[in-house]
Write a protein that binds this ligand. Structure first.
Ligand code: KG4
Ligand code: ZN
Length: 344
């Protein structure tokens, strides 16, 4: 079964062709970083306009790269939410138009379920139950995927998402947008123990997260000590050390809460997905802690951590297998919020 996946929930216009939920024939992502970076974050209206420009060329490119035509596609899978409403509408409208014209079924995909499925593009999906951490720019949540494949949200952030904290701290440090990858790179040459930033564990047994405190702590730090790059400043520290210390506090909380969930639910499999799953320190620490507990870690290739349409096509295939190969109604609407995310 050949599925054309379409993703436009935030600032990437993406399309991909995937066969039988595993074989990736093409994977096209048009990034809008250049559009949004002058503003230090995504400007929703600009994102929508850029999606309108990009969506058809990106779909054509995905088909061409896969060596298939529209008539060869058996079905469409598209992100319905959560995300920026204007951005979602572009992908959804394109998918609906194609589905109508081609008389092919369409499957609405939850973006977070898409992220989760990215962990199983290259690895065999484990038997449920398992635990999954979805950690991105818009979301930070822990899911317990039960025997019947239902994903229950068992913990989530009470304020900022982890990626949001990375992006806000990067903006504060004048490192541009998106900041996660820049901080990750700087931190590789820094001392994570140089400074001690607050790690928000919340209540001892809680699987929730909080990242706004650490962002504020970095803001106070910079107010007090200035930035090393400012020639007039009196800063006497290395930006690399600040990046590494900030990162350590974020990563340790993510790892600790994920392992708490692994232990609480007694699972042998743990998956991690979303943009922040691309972080080198998080990947290394999760490997260590999972190995220590003899749990199997599923973590997507870096390419599939950030937003892409392969994960949408894979999630669509799984949804279809679960409920039968019939489409969603074409009246379906975009959903900016979609709380109880993934699962049937
Ligand atoms: O999944 P994603 O592409 O979009 C959302 O659904 O939010 O995630 C984007 C987020 C951004 O906040 C970005 O800074 C972060 O993922 N990110 C990283 C890294 N690469 C991307 N954060 C930390 N380290 C990275 N290497
Ligand atoms: Zn995402």
């Amino acid at each position: 079964m050949l599925i054309l996946g379409i993703e436009t929930s935030c600032d990437e216009t993406a399309a991909a062709v995937v066969r039988n939920g595993r074989e990736v024939l093409s994977d096209v992502v048009a990034s809008q970083i250049a559009v949004h970076s002058p503003y230090g974050g995504v400007v929703p209206e600009l994102a929508s306009r850029k999606h309108v420009e990009n969506i058809l060329p990106v779909i054509s490119q995905a088909l061409r790269a896969a060596g298939v035509g529209l008539k060869d596609v058996d079905a469409l899978a598209v992100t319905q939410g959560p995300g920026l409403i204007g951005a979602l509408l572009v992908g959804l409208s394109a998918a609906k138009g194609l589905a109508y014209a081609l008389k092919k079924p369409i499957c609405a995909v939850n973006h977070l379920e898409g992220h989760m499925e990215a962990a199983f593009v290259e690895a065999e999906r484990p038997e449920e139950p398992f635990v999954c951490l979805v950690v991105s720019g818009g979301h930070t949540a822990l899911y317990y995927v039960t025997h019947d494949g239902t994903a229950q949200c068992v913990g989530s952030t009470r304020d900022d998402a982890a990626g949001e904290a990375y992006d806000k701290v990067a903006k504060l440090l004048g490192l541009g947008y998106p900041g996660g990858v820049v901080i990750d790179r700087l931190a590789q040459n820094g001392n994570p123990e140089a400074f001690s930033f607050p790690k928000a564990y919340l209540e001892k047994s809680s699987l929730d997260f909080s990242f706004s405190g650490i962002k504020t702590a970095v803001a106070y730090f910079v107010k007090k000590y200035g930035l090393p790059s400012e020639t007039s400043s009196v800063a006497t520290y290395r930006l690399e050390d600040l990046a590494a210390s900030f990162q350590e506090a974020v990563v340790e909380v993510l790892v600790e809460k994920t392992m708490l969930a692994v232990e609480r639910f007694g699972v042998r499999h743990v998956a991690v997905a979303g943009g922040v799953a691309a972080n080198s320190r998080l990947r290394a620490r999760l490997q260590e802690e999972a190995a220590y507990r003899r749990a199997h870690l599923y973590i997507p290739h870096i390419r599939y951590c950030t937003d892409n349409a392969v994960m949408v096509a894979v999630a669509g295939y799984r949804i279809w297998k679960r409920r039968g190969f019939h489409g969603d109604p074409l009246q379906l609407d975009a959903r900016s919020r979609w709380v109880d995310a993934a699962g049937p």
